[in-house]
Design a protein around this ligand. Structure first.
Ligand code: ADP
Length: 178
């Protein structure tokens, strides 16, 4: 029997921990031999969606293209780990409906915590007005209403978040053991 593909969709504010958690999950799955691919928002925007900006239209187009590739991979038995802010609920829902094997992971830390971490120095630049339309500061973020998984990265250790994701994948029969 072929491995069942699934898209794990990590959404949340910049600095919430999407990349960190998805990489740790990928490592755990890779060690068990599962076929996987990572689509990280920052990298995707340098190639697949190069040239797109941060208007609602462009953000939705960014997500639609990531969703398209995720769908192709998912239907071929790959575990796809997407980490993208993906601030708009409606387009996340559209992608979910297309892919079907879709698990939404809400990577949740309060804005103040993300801003304090300021991993890439972007919040500082957004506060000063140098970056316009920055999610959480000057652009909306619509949190998932019923995500399959929520990781509160201000309250739980990375290992707990990773365990939650693997547990859910097992529960949903995408992997056999955690
Ligand atoms: P994002 O991909 O959402 O922009 P990153 O993964 O790049 O976020 O950055 C999140 C930052 O928060 C990292 O520096 C990471 O080490 C830190 N962090 C602290 N606690 C956690 C946690 N429990 N889970 C994930 N990241 C955490």
């Amino acid at each position: 029997m072929q491995q069942r593909g699934v898209t794990l969709w990590f959404t949340g504010l910049s600095g919430a921990g999407k990349t960190t958690i998805s990489q740790a999950v990928a490592k755990a799955l890779g060690e068990k031999g599962y076929p996987l691919e990572i689509l990280d928002g920052d990298i995707v925007r340098q190639n697949l969606t190069k040239g797109l900006g941060f208007s609602k239209e462009d953000r939705d187009e960014n997500i639609r293209r990531i969703g398209f590739v995720s769908h192709l991979l998912t239907r071929n038995g790959v575990i796809v780990l997407v980490s993208a802010i993906s601030p708009y609920r409606e387009i996340r829902q559209e992608v979910r409906e297309k892919i079907k094997d879709f698990v939404e992971v809400y990577v949740n830390a309060p804005l103040a915590v993300c801003e304090e971490r300021d991993v890439k120095g972007l919040y500082k630049r957004a506060r000063s007005g140098e970056i316009k339309a920055f999610t959480g500061i000057s652009d909306p973020y619509e949190p998932p209403i019923n995500p399959e998984i929520e990781c509160r990265t201000d309250k739980e250790e990375l290992s707990e978040s990773v365990a939650k994701v693997l547990q859910k994948l097992q529960e949903l029969d995408y992997i056999t053991s955690v």
